[in-house]
Design a protein around this ligand. Structure first.
Ligand SMILES: NC(=O)c1ccc[n+]([C@@H]2O[C@H](COP(=O)([O-])OP(=O)(O)OC[C@H]3O[C@@H](n4cnc5c(N)ncnc54)[C@H](OP(=O)(O)O)[C@@H]3O)[C@@H](O)[C@H]2O)c1
Length: 271
């Protein structure tokens, strides 16, 4: 897939999920160089036979990476990216998964001719069921785009957009989406308890129902609306619940407000 090495900058939750995905898809460990300041993490990685250093300066200067993937928190990004500013890496694609860091942010530090892909994954990446939306800068070639797709597909599905403005809504929908589903589960647990179920049973029922419904939706060709209609007998119990949830567009208007608030915050953070 790649002739030259891959640098993974930051091996926390997201970085390590991606690393495991690459190894699982058969990528050669010799191709991967991990830069991660935590000595504890680098030691663990080295024990597994992976190449890990605590700073970029610990790597030979002539490695000429094909891809540099930034998986550090946005607040650590200045330091992580600046470390590359003094290297001349004309054929390298810089791939970022950081929330709120725009393509022009990277171009300002790395130069306007740099190939940059800004992307937004989500946490189900940890179980290879994430979705990442990626946006290329004008300098990204078709083959660079393909390599980024393959790397991101190691942890789930990938969708590309050509309008960076969309990333705020993406962040609000799929970036934060898992949290909304977890909140839904919490609400179902509490409602089950309120309806008289023991807490442990209510928790088990809600958790397995949400994850099972998610898996059913993933495997099915039907739309979510059809799947909903399939469990709703006219005049039955589910119909009674849906009357409450759908009255006055209750959930829809709440969700629209929530996603719009998150998108506005994403725009604000990106400056
Ligand atoms: N988690 C999500 O839901 C989610 C979703 C979409 C996108 N993202 C993005 O993914 C990125 C990573 O998030 P995360 O949750 O994986 O964070 P994380 O678990 O904190 O991992 C970041 C890792 O990067 C290391 N690091 C810090 N400064 C560095 C530097 N200069 N060079 C190399 N490594 C450095 C950190 O080490 P120390 O701990 O020692 O500082 C840490 O191990 C963020 O930018 C976030 O916006 C996350």
């Amino acid at each position: 897939m790649m002739d030259r090495p891959l640098f993974l900058v930051g091996c926390g939750k997201m970085g390590s999920a991606m690393l495991e995905g690459w190894l699982e898809m058969g990528m050669s460990p010799e191709h991967i160089h991990i830069i991660e300041p935590s000595a504890l993490i680098t030691e663990e990685l080295r024990d597994r036979g992976l190449g890990a250093v605590t700073a970029l300066s610990d790597l030979p200067a002539d490695l000429n990476p094909e891809i540099v993937l930034f998986a550090v928190k946005p607040q650590s990004m200045d330091q992580a990216v600046s470390a590359f500013a003094e290297y001349h890496l004309p054929n390298t694609t810089f791939l970022s998964i950081a929330a709120g860091k725009t393509i022009s942010y990277f171009e300002n530090i790395l130069g306007a001719k740099t190939a940059i892909v800004r992307s937004m994954p989500n946490t189900p990446a940890a179980v290879r069921h994430g979705i990442t939306v990626a946006m290329p800068s004008g300098n990204v070639t078709e083959s660079q785009r393909k390599i980024c797709s393959t790397l991101l597909e190691a942890v789930g599905e990938v969708a590309w957009v050509d309008d960076e403005e969309l990333i705020d809504a993406v962040t609000a929908l799929s970036g934060g989406g898992p949290a909304y589903v977890f909140l839904l589960t919490e609400c179902m647990v509490q409602a089950g308890i309120d309806a008289g179920l023991p807490a442990e049973l209510s928790s088990q029922l809600a958790r397995v129902t949400v994850s099972g419904a998610g898996e059913l939706m993933r495997q099915s060709d039907e739309t979510p609306s059809t799947l909903r209609e399939n469990v709703t007998s006219p005049g039955g119990t589910t119909a009674e619940a849906l009357k409450v949830l759908m009255a006055n567009d209750a959930w829809q208007s709440l969700m629209t407000r929530a996603i719009s608030a998150a998108a506005a915050r994403s725009k604000e953070l990106a400056g």
